[in-house]
Design a protein around this ligand. Structure first.
Ligand code: PGA
Length: 259
């Protein structure tokens, strides 16, 4: 009898974060390759967050498939003198459904703070985008034993002023910074524990029902080899995948692990 079966009530979301990789031309051929590979794998949502200039082509190629398209950042103002920035309206107009906000590379290299993350997130939600909010600790924080405090603080600050209704369009990606692009993965136990911490913070802020519903992904060197073990954990509802999302076969294997 299936006494050991963990029945997951939440739907897996497997999202690729291409970062600054792939031209529009490469995007077109990538999605032509990927779409038939993931066809029919409908027990999870599949998202590709691509560079801004790739979104239009990606959405066109993905139309009619089970692949959803997103951007990797959004500005918090509607429009105006913000050279180099992209608005939520612009993302919607090129058929982006999702947007990553607060990725650690934005926080580390581009001066993103919890305050600007919170502003971007609220604007994105107001425009009907689904948000993948990234949080995660640096290596020194993990070594100092303050992961829980850091991640809890990020979640609270980043979601300040977000209603329970709006939260339904938020996915949280737990990405330990020391695991991103390094080949070092958090163990399934470490990842599950911190995703559980995040769920507990959501329960405190929004109640148990919201905590039971919210999708919490793990990200940080997730690949075709380790995905199944990570995704089997109770609190891990998907993955935000960098490097492995650039390889159709590896990405498809992760999608398959979430079936
Ligand atoms: P990685 O990136 O899978 O290459 O570690 C994950 C991310 O930064 O979202």
């Amino acid at each position: 009898m299936p006494s050991l079966l963990i029945i997951k009530m939440r739907r897996y979301v497997i999202a690729g974060n291409w970062k600054m990789n792939q031209t529009p031309t490469e995007t077109r051929s990538f999605i032509k390759t990927l779409a038939p590979l993931v066809k029919g794998k409908d027990n999870c949502d599949i998202v590709l967050c691509v560079p801004f200039v790739d979104i239009w082509v990606a959405a066109e190629e993905a139309a009619g498939s089970n692949i959803h398209i997103g951007g990797q950042n959004v500005h918090f103002e509607e429009k105006g003198a913000f050279t180099g920035e992209i608005s939520a309206n612009m993302l919607r107009d090129v058929n982006a459904e999702y947007v990553i906000i607060g990725h650690s590379e934005r926080r580390q290299y581009f001066g993103e703070t919890d305050e600007t993350v919170n502003k971007r997130l609220k604007t994105a939600l107001a425009h009907g985008l689904k948000v993948i909010l990234c949080v995660g600790e640096m290596l020194d924080a993990r070594q100092a034993g303050i992961t829980e405090e850091i991640v809890s603080m990020q979640v609270k600050l980043d979601l300040a002023g977000v209603s329970a209704d709006e939260l339904k369009n938020v996915i949280i990606a737990y990405e330990p910074v020391w695991a991103i692009g390094t080949g070092l993965t958090a163990t399934p136990e470490q990842a599950d524990e911190t995703c559980g911490t995040i769920r507990a913070v959501i329960a405190k802020l929004y109640g148990k029902a919201a905590a039971d519903e919210i999708i919490i992904q793990y990200g940080g060197s997730m690949n075709d080899k380790n995905a199944a073990d990570l995704l089997a954990k109770e609190n891990i509802d998907g993955g935000l995948i960098g490097g492995a999302s650039l390889k159709p076969d590896a990405f498809t294997a992760i999608v398959s692990a979430a079936q």
